[in-house]
Design a protein around this ligand. Structure first.
Ligand code: AP5
Ligand code: MG
Length: 213
């Protein structure tokens, strides 16, 4: 089962990917997480990526395509995968098509998480993520705070979750990512999941019922 989550920054792609990962035991491939791992490696490329991501711009297609392609071809993705944050523009969508064609597989479900813009800022600015297990929480909607323990890890904030960068990320999303919605509508595999004030659980049950039906 090969799944893709599309949606604006802070729409809940990571949150829902982790639920589906647990439910079906297939790995989440988050290009944001893979790139953040690279930035903390201290390499020269990592330093460059850090600057790009802190501004809210996209990293080059070549870099993300290489990361994704290595993962998709790996043993851990034999039973399927959940793409989160890739593709993000038409060129990446077409590269993904070629990659999947070459290995004889295809995407089965594309879930677009559609959340009103006015909810996004609070979600990003309040987001905290465990530096060890990747659990995602929010300071506004839970009792967890930055610096709190999560098992063996600690909740941390992302460098791109400030108001200015989130505003830039939203602009880049509207310009570059929204056009790929039509690309997947035409393929007949896009499901629009409308999110709002209600928490993540309702969305998870809608997603699981589509997959299970
Ligand atoms: P990435 O890490 O993918 O960031 P993003 O796309 O901006 O998405 P987010 O991770 O911010 O949001 P999300 O949808 O996962 O929301 P989450 O579940 O955490 O990419 C970061 C950067 O890397 C990019 O800007 C770019 O520079 C680079 N990059 C990555 N991929 C690339 C690519 N393919 N090409 C080029 N560059 C690339 O939820 C957010 C918050 O809301 C959390 O606090 C959560 O608890 C809360 N929440 C979630 N769902 C709900 C709900 N239903 N109700 C209430 N709260 C909720
Ligand atoms: Mg995410």
């Amino acid at each position: 089962m090969n799944i893709l989550f599309l949606g604006a920054p802070g729409s809940g792609k990571g949150t829902q990917s982790k639920k589906v990962e647990t439910e079906f035991n297939i790995p989440q491939i988050s290009t944001g997480d893979l790139l953040r791992a690279e930035t903390s490696s201290g390499s020269e490329m990592g330093q460059e990526l850090k600057k790009i991501m802190a501004s809210g711009r996209f990293v080059s297609d070549d870099i993300v395509l290489e990361l994704v392609s290595k993962k998709i071809k790996s043993e851990e993705c034999k039973k399927g995968f959940i793409l989160d944050g890739f593709p993000r523009n038409l060129s990446q969508a077409s590269s993904l098509d070629s990659l999947l064609n070459n290995i004889g597989i295809s995407l089965e479900y594309v879930f677009l998480i559609d959340v009103p813009k006015d909810l996004i800022l609070k979600r990003c600015v309040g987001r905290i993520t465990c530096d060890t297990c990747g659990k995602i929480e929010n300071e506004y909607f839970s009792n967890f705070r930055e610096g709190d323990k999560c098992g063996d890890g600690v909740f941390v904030k992302r460098a791109d979750d400030n108001e200015e960068t989130v505003t830039n990320r939203l602009e880049v999303y509207a310009e570059q990512t929204q056009p790929i919605i039509d690309f997947y509508i035409e393929k007949g595999i896009l499901h629009r999941i409308v999110g709002g004030e209600d928490g993540p659980a309702r969305l998870t049950s809608e997603i699981l019922s589509i997959i299970n039906s």
